[in-house]
Design a protein around this ligand. Structure first.
Ligand SMILES: NC(=O)c1ccc[n+]([C@@H]2O[C@H](COP(=O)([O-])OP(=O)(O)OC[C@H]3O[C@@H](n4cnc5c(N)ncnc54)[C@H](O)[C@@H]3O)[C@@H](O)[C@H]2O)c1
Length: 306
């Protein structure tokens, strides 16, 4: 049986990954400090839940010793961009020093056969086209910059150890168990509280929203297929939706019209208008396809609640 360590496994995407790996013959360990995630959203026993902070190198090494992983998935990070902008040193510290600690502990432990790092679409500059992995990076904020350096650290890890290393650039996730106040959970919150006139900010920016279930199946497909070297893969749905289109999907899901009121305080002054993944590479490499449409995913958010 394969042994897997997921840092940040109690988070939004981590919880979907844990669920997906639980369908397989894998022994899963989770290292998390529950700062954003919560153990309650995953089904894991005490032996496999390793409470700890990746900023603590001794605890991180200790977790690596306990898990003795064949595969490491490194998700733990601070990633809500407004929070990162407000607390740039705190988020840079977790995303950089924390990543150094995880990589160093994996190197020291030895025996790790594959490592996957959660990077982000935020490494890309503003572009009006679908971005492929070959698009030059150009992060706009401290979060994107911290992940760009995280990618480089993973490359150094690969060069030093020879461990096959995958950088996965996640686009915008949606699904159950959201931990951060992103757009879709905010719309979900307002809709479930009974509001039919939503108070929102910018309505026209488009994002590539992918369901966390599809992210989890893509990650397993990558880990199944990738067996040497270091490489980078976009992980999105390959379709983009504006805020208006998301609201329209909620309206279809509840079968009632929904109005929008733009609230000046919610309007971001600097905003990308597009963020769309070219997913040709991951599809060719793994044969993976996203399964859950925006409408299907949103329908479950209103029927199953938060
Ligand atoms: N959600 C998205 O749309 C999205 C998009 C692009 C990239 N990502 C990346 O994917 C990864 C997971 O994102 P998510 O949406 O699940 O976020 P999340 O905040 O729900 O999950 C992060 C997890 O890491 C844990 N964590 C944070 N700091 C830690 C620390 N110092 N030590 C130990 N654990 C710590 C949190 O408690 C949480 O469970 C992150 O690396 C994020 O940058 C997410």
């Amino acid at each position: 049986m394969q042994r897997l360590l997921i840092t940040g496994g109690c988070g939004f995407i981590g919880s979907a990954l844990v669920r997906e790996f639980q369908r397989r013959d894998v022994e899963i360990f989770v290292l998390d400090n529950n700062s954003y995630g919560s153990r309650g959203i995953i089904d894991i026993d005490d032996e496999h839940f390793l409470f700890g902070d990746i900023l603590d190198p001794a605890r991180t090494r200790d977790a690596m010793r306990t898990a003795r992983p064949d595969v490491v998935i490194h998700l733990a990070a601070i990633h809500f961009i407004p929070h990162c902008n407000q607390y740039p040193f705190e988020s840079a510290n977790v995303n950089l020093q924390g990543t150094v600690n995880v990589l160093d502990a994996a190197r020291e432990q030895g025996g790790v056969g594959k490592l996957l790092f959660a990077s982000t679409a935020a490494v890309y500059p503003i572009a009006d086209v679908a971005v492929a992995e070959t698009h030059p990076v150009g992060p706009l904020d401290i979060y994107g910059l911290s992940k760009t350096i995280g990618e480089r650290l993973c490359h150094e890890f690969h060069l030093a150890t020879g461990v096959p290393t995958i950088v996965c650039r996640f686009f915008n996730a949606f699904g159950p168990n959201e931990t951060n106040p992103h757009l879709i959970p905010e719309i979900q919150r307002q809709v479930l509280s009974g509001s039919r006139t939503l108070k929102l900010g910018n309505l026209d920016p488009k994002r590539d929203f992918i369901h966390t279930y599809d992210m989890a199946t893509a990650v397993t497909a990558l880990l199944d297929t990738f067996d040497r070297g270091y490489d980078t893969f976009n992980l999105g749905r390959g379709e983009e939706y504006s805020v208006r289109e998301i609201v329209a999907a909620f309206s279809r899901a509840i079968g009632v019209p929904i109005d929008i009121e733009v609230e000046a305080a919610r309007v971001r002054k600097v905003e990308r208008m597009h963020l769309l993944a070219d997913i040709t590479k991951i599809q060719r490499f793994t044969g993976w396809k996203p399964r859950i449409s925006l409408d299907e995913g949103i329908a479950t958010l209103v029927t199953e609640g938060v």
